[in-house]
Design a binder for this molecule. Structure first.
Ligand code: SF4
Ligand code: SF4
Ligand code: SF4
Length: 255
């Protein structure tokens, strides 16, 4: 008697406010990891296929929540998914979408929509975790394709995804880079989540914190680095704000 085939985990991809660059990165990484496509059944992935199934085990969700009605759709995804993964910085931290939270809502609406500002429903941008429980994240703007593959592999065997909780400085020092602070620059590496291989400092740019802040940042170490460089927290806040405005002000002036 032949064995019945083992059911593959059903995977779905969804998006909210985002540039969809993280989903494009997923498409990119799947092209070189066809084994992953064999291991799962993709049932919903608007970016890449005409599939719109709502029977899934793992949901990868890209984008920030920026309208009250987004919450209803996100809760529906949460109810269905055994595992919900925030895909990329928009979903994980609010990313650049949350920059608008720093400005008064009416000004933002009018700047974007002009005389039709009242036509569009919008509220303060927020990460998925402000609305539902998130089980795992793939950080970064955009995500790292290899890290995405490692997260999927971990989830398929029921393990915690291997996302670093140490700072970018660790990877940067292992590469032997000259510290950006030592050449007159600014860098968020001491408090930003590693995993990108310190790519920005490696190419001479300060880290702007796109992978989010580590769970227990060593603020004293950051202050020591700033002291040495003759800088204050105020001097570097614009670096912090680019990708971490939600962490800084929450829903800010939209409250
Ligand atoms: S995290 Fe960055 S690349 Fe990904 S969807 Fe958001 S803006 Fe685009
Ligand atoms: S502060 Fe930036 S440049 Fe300096 S070691 Fe850390 S990550 Fe590298
Ligand atoms: S170095 Fe910083 S800004 Fe650059 S990719 Fe890594 S976390 Fe993002």
């Amino acid at each position: 008697m032949s064995k019945s085939p083992v059911a593959k985990p059903k995977v779905a991809f969804f998006d909210f406010a985002s540039c969809e660059g993280c989903q494009l990165t997923v498409v990119d990484s799947l092209q070189t990891h066809l084994d992953l496509l064999d291991a799962v059944e993709i049932v919903n992935f608007r970016e890449a296929a005409t599939l719109d199934g709502w029977d899934f085990d793992i949901a990868f969700v890209e984008g920030s929540i920026t309208r009250p009605k987004d919450e209803e759709r996100l809760r529906r995804i949460r109810e269905q998914a055994k595992v919900l993964v925030a895909l990329g910085a928009c979903a994980d931290t609010g990313c650049v979408n949350a920059l608008k939270n720093l400005q008064p809502p009416e000004e933002v609406r009018r700047y974007v929509y002009g005389e039709h500002a009242d036509w569009y429903e919008t509220y303060a941008a927020r990460p998925l975790s402000a609305v539902v429980k998130v089980d795992a994240v793939v950080p970064g703007c955009p995500i790292d394709p290899d890290e995405f593959v490692e997260v999927v592999k971990a989830l398929l065997v029921g393990k915690k995804p291997p996302i670093p909780d140490y700072p970018v400085c660790v990877e940067c020092k292992l590469k032997g880079n000259v510290c950006i602070f030592h050449v007159g620059g600014i860098c968020m590496g001491p408090v930003t989540r590693a995993g990108c291989g310190a790519i920005c400092p490696t190419y001479g740019d300060g880290c702007e914190g796109c992978r989010g802040i580590i769970p227990h940042p060593n603020e004293n170490a950051m202050e020591e680095v700033l002291d040495e460089a003759g800088l204050t927290l105020d001097d570097i806040m614009h670096y912090f704000t680019m990708f971490n405005a939600y962490r800084e002000v929450g829903t800010g002036k939209w409250e």
